[in-house]
Design a protein around this ligand. Structure first.
Ligand code: SF4
Length: 209
């Protein structure tokens, strides 16, 4: 079987298994999504969703967020990991959006990458979830699952992203990001993959059965 065909079969099976795969972050506009995505680094979506209702109630614009006192911001996001760094990033990105982008979250990959705290994964998520454009972010789940499946042998997220984007049709980039995450959470877990329960086992290089 050709590699592209194998990957498409994997995606097809996951689509059937996880029909509702998508972001679990709560937000109501692109600025809130951006803040939630920055908060989600090395934290669970559940932890993020606990702190964002109160945080989002404190600002209505990038200008208001930029003007927020850093200690107040830290207090509001204390429930997520690395909150001090994230508070600085959030204040910094709000300032940049207010000054450089007239208060609107920019919608291109390169512009998103100029914002504090926004790396390739976050920029890809913003494109796909926030702007309905193709994006394939590589987080810890995507990295682990795709390496185990043998879709990539890339050691870092940038290489993995490149490999995946070559093998997966553009129209499936966004969906496959969510599907790999769903599969990583449910079955192909970090400490002990549940290969015996896995719908992809026959297609998996780590665990062909
Ligand atoms: S067969 Fe095992 S290693 Fe391969 S994707 Fe499934 S759970 Fe992960």
């Amino acid at each position: 079987m050709q590699e592209k065909e194998r990957v498409q079969k994997i995606i097809e099976l996951m689509k059937q298994e996880y029909p509702d795969a998508g972001t679990r972050l709560h937000f109501s506009n692109s600025l809130e999504l951006l803040v939630a995505v920055v908060l989600s680094a090395q934290s669970t979506d559940e932890q993020v969703n606990k702190v964002t209702p109160e945080l989002f109630s404190r600002f209505n614009s990038a200008q208001e967020l930029a003007a927020m006192d850093i200690e107040e911001l830290e207090d509001l996001i204390r429930g997520v990991g690395l909150y001090k760094n994230k508070a600085r990033h959030i204040k910094g990105l709000a300032q940049k959006i207010a000054v450089n982008y007239a208060g609107k979250v920019p919608g291109t990959f390169d512009e998103l990458l100029t914002l504090p705290g926004v790396g390739r994964k976050s920029a890809n998520v913003m494109l796909s979830v926030g702007f309905d454009q193709p994006g394939l972010g590589v987080d810890t789940h995507v990295k682990r699952v795709t390496r185990r499946l043998g879709i990539t042998s890339g050691k870092n997220s940038t290489q993995i992203e490149k490999d995946l984007k070559q093998l997966i049709p553009v129209s499936l980039w966004s969906k496959s990001h969510h599907l790999f995450i769903a599969h990583g959470r449910a079955i192909c877990q970090a400490r002990k993959p549940r290969c015996g329960d896995c719908i992809l086992a026959a297609l998996c290089h780590r665990c062909e059965v």
